[in-house]
Design a binder for this molecule. Structure first.
Ligand SMILES: Cc1ncc(COP(=O)(O)O)c(C=O)c1O
Length: 386
């Protein structure tokens, strides 16, 4: 195919730095991967069983574009119960192919060419590319370790221009694990409110918050009408492959997103939606057990990394840590490549999240405890040898 057939935007878009590195891992034997952002657990049995049962019963059709009424009802009831957050079942929620589709729809529904969109760096790798595909002028706020990788009201004040339309916000954050207290979020909200900035809030790790309770952005004073709340089942329920997420927000935004969704996707597969219904209303025991296990691993990994001289913040949520490798005097790519070659441990170089993070790596502790221990032992050996 001639290169010229590809749109300029897509042609200029770099491939995901995570993929580029993990292409190296493919085909290597005995590698312990701490790279993937995916639970090592299988979806809890009661959820799988409900999907199997739905297929046996003949649920194989399209659903409403917006998603099964039953699922929308369960989710909105759950949000009301957990956070006092009310969304209308018919007009204020859309079931999507994971948070990924919800984010894409949101940006395409909101952005006119040249509108400003703020994203925080380091952040989830897809935000900036999909915002750019939607025509946005992306402004990255560079977060630093000396500030605990947190965005502050002052940073926002400096980043907002008259052209800023929206901010993509994610907490707990991939890749740093940083989250925000209600007080911190309120201060951020006040700045965004003053400047009329719409918030697309990716809270897919909300149930994996360890040190304090999670506050949805939409629950902050005056925020509900300026916020799109995105969440899904991939992480806390170990349901990455089912591809179910949702967006809740003002009805005109949901209607605009639904228009794009109905032309491109039609609906989320019915069996996945049936599984998600069970995830919301069924027992929460397995989710709580997984969370406890992530917490145990978090303590272990943070201790081990700091112990071997890779200075590391304790993440308040998610299953990631973002330690510094500066002490080794290697850049992130060299560190990750040598660690892979010499010790067969795969981590993500921080540069996958922006050139500023050349001194960091991302480690996922969504890996079984024994493997994690083995990986930490190998990393310690590596640190002793270099
Ligand atoms: C912050 C963040 N948002 C969204 C996603 C994608 O979620 P989903 O599987 O719901 O599309 C990920 C996956 O790693 C993520 O880390």
């Amino acid at each position: 195919m001639k290169k010229t057939m590809i749109s300029h935007k897509v042609e200029q878009m770099p491939p995901s730095g995570i993929r580029v590195f993990f292409d190296l891992v493919l085909g290597m034997k005995d590698v312990i991967s701490l790279g993937v952002g995916e639970p090592d657990f299988v979806t809890p049995w009661h959820i799988r069983e409900s999907a199997i049962y739905s297929i046996e019963e003949g649920y194989t059709s399209y659903t409403s574009n917006k998603g099964l009424v039953k699922l929308r009802t369960y989710i909105t009831q759950d949000l009301k119960k957990r956070f006092g957050l009310h969304y209308d079942v018919d007009e204020e929620i859309l079931i999507t192919i994971g948070v990924s589709e919800a984010m894409d729809l949101a940006l395409r529904a909101l952005i006119n060419p040249g509108d400003g969109v703020i994203v925080c760096s380091p952040g989830y790798v897809s935000y900036a590319p999909i915002a750019e595909l939607a025509g946005a002028d992306v402004h990255r706020i560079i977060l630093r370790p000396d500030n605990g990788f947190k965005v502050t009201p002052e940073m926002l004040r400096q980043a907002i221009t008259p052209g800023t339309k929206a901010m993509v916000f994610n907490y707990p954050c991939n890749p740093t694990g940083v989250s925000y207290t209600k007080k911190e979020l309120s201060a951020i909200n006040r700045v965004l409110e003053r400047h009329g900035v719409f918030v697309i809030s990716d809270e897919v790790y909300d149930e994996l918050t360890y040190d304090f309770s999670h506050t949805p952005f939409a629950t902050l004073p005056g925020a509900r009408e300026r916020t799109l709340y995105l969440n899904g089942f991939s992480k806390a329920y170990a349901m990455t492959g089912w591809r179910v997420g949702y967006a809740c927000g003002p009805k005109e935004v949901i209607a605009a997103m639904t228009k794009i969704h109905q032309y491109t996707i039609m609906c989320v597969p019915i069996m996945s939606q049936m599984a998600a219904c069970e995830a919301v209303i069924g027992t929460r025991k397995p989710v709580e057990e997984m969370k406890r296990e992530y917490q145990r691993r978090r303590e272990f990994v943070v201790d081990r990394l700091n112990g071997m001289g890779l200075s590391c913040h304790k993440p308040q949520g998610t299953f990631y840590v973002f330690p510094s490798v500066k002490k080794t005097k290697m850049n992130a790519m060299d560190f990750a490549s040598r660690l892979l070659k010499e010790k067969k441990v795969a981590v993500v170089p921080g540069t996958a999240f922006g050139p500023e993070y050349d001194g960091h790596i991302r480690i996922s502790f969504a890996t079984g405890f024994d493997k994690l221990k083995e990986a930490m032992d190998r990393m310690e050996e590596f640190m002793d040898e270099i």
